[in-house]
Write a protein that binds this ligand. Sequence first.
Ligand code: ATP
Length: 375
Amino acid sequence: MAKHRIACLPGDGVGPEVIMATKNVLEKLGDKNDFVIEYRDFPNGAEHYLKTGEILSDSTLREIGKCDAILLGALGDPRVKPGILEKGILLKIRFAFDQFINHRPVRFFPGVATPISSAGRENLSLDFVRENTEDFYVGLGRRFSGKKDKTEMRLDRRNYSMEFKIKVEVEGENESAYQIGIISRSGAKRVIKYAFDLARRKEKRKLTGVDKANVITEMYGLWRDAFHEVELLYPDVETEFAYVDAVAMNLIRIPERYSVLVTPNLFGDILTDLGAGIQGSLGLSPSGNINPDGVSMFEPVHGSAPDIAGKGIANPIAALLAAEMMLTRIGEKKASEDLDRAIHFVLAERRKRTPDIGGNSKTDEVAAAIIEKLT
Ligand code: ATP
């Protein structure tokens, strides 16, 4: 019997509720498909931070690194300043395990009302592949006031390091700020390659490269060059470039135009929420932070949802779809397909669904209905 070690961080708010439901479903899938999951649970999140002052220690990171994958619930609490947990846990894990791909599927599910018409789009299948470690997220920036400012900044990455010596002289005392974005050819190529491989496996073999190369010419010009270089290896995949603003509009007007979209970090952050939005509920959107040769992390796109936490009504499907992605990555493809089928069944039936998609069922009732479909 196969055994998988999973690091589990339920986190805050509805996080523990959807993770509990997910663990129950995974247990049943394991019984049926002859595998067991051994969890290493970690308490990191807002509550743990407020109690102990610890966000995520290096020794915890080392423990997580011994696992096959990471399953995360949600992070965030009104009592903790925004950014502390995101930077201290999410970004720290992404960088530590070089999870350079953020893969977010967008699907229209049967019987779920969507804010744009789903008529004729029942089989809509979009996959966003967002670069996850570069661009404006590398953490190089500074605010300054006064006429002169001098600073040195360093960026260390697995394949390169950069040192910046910046000297600024301005007229007057206008407070200013700058943020440096970095794109490397190797960083762009590896994520674009993942996107091409994904496009090749889909029915609609098309990859859209998203950027803003007409204005941010240096960074996204290099992004395009990297795309062209990789493109030569995939003559069987149809390609196009699109500016991020046009993609935002078309995702509402004609989403079926797309299949796989590969984007730099910042634009991907924004577009993937738009993608989640057209699906009908945040409670249906999963996300995989992937390193194909390392430890990947799977999570629902939604946050801790403090407004409904503790009520037992959070939709567990986003977390379950994240678990579905995790199962594929750890080699349990059959279980992943079983889970997908069961989720579709339960949604199509419309009997058990949480309030965010128009029902009145509880989190655990939806999980139980999905388990029932697995037998
Ligand atoms: P963050 O900044 O961490 O993303 P947020 O408050 O912007 O947090 P969410 O916590 O995801 O975003 O909540 C946004 C809205 O979506 C809330 O009204 C919340 O109740 C709803 N929501 C989020 N997740 C779920 C879920 N699993 N089931 C039902 N509703 C959800």
